[in-house]
Design a protein around this ligand. Structure first.
Ligand code: TYC
Length: 103
């Protein structure tokens, strides 16, 4: 306070912080049957990834077995997984998409 004695204190408050909600990685898994172009279409359609990057991610999954395709809130990640699994099922491809909590 400025109480007239010459020194002026400044009050700083720290806001009590609420914990941030956890994030979830959405993973695409390799298999031997899903066509490469179908995986690229999935990445473009459901994750908004541009064609060239989608091809790169697809090839990473093809070579390494799995790749993270995005990081989302629990609700958005669940929706992405459901959309991909439903789209793959409707086209009779065995493509698998899962989610896991980020560290
Ligand atoms: N391995 C598949 C093939 O050779 C291609 C593929 C890539 C499948 C990525 C799934 O998540 C995947 N046709």
């Amino acid at each position: 306070d400025d109480d007239g004695d010459g020194d002026v204190s400044v009050v700083t408050k720290t806001k009590p912080k609420t914990a941030k909600p956890p994030l979830y990685k959405v993973l695409l898994l390799n298999d031997d049957y899903t066509p490469m172009e179908f995986v690229v279409l999935v990445l473009e359609r459901f994750f908004g990834i541009g064609h060239s990057h989608a091809v790169e991610i697809m090839l990473t999954v093809h070579k390494k077995g799995v790749a993270v395709v995005g990081v989302f809130s629990h609700e958005i990640a669940e929706t992405k997984v459901a959309q991909v699994m439903d789209f793959a099922r409707r086209h009779q491809h065995p493509l698998q998409c899962t989610m896991e909590k980020e560290e």
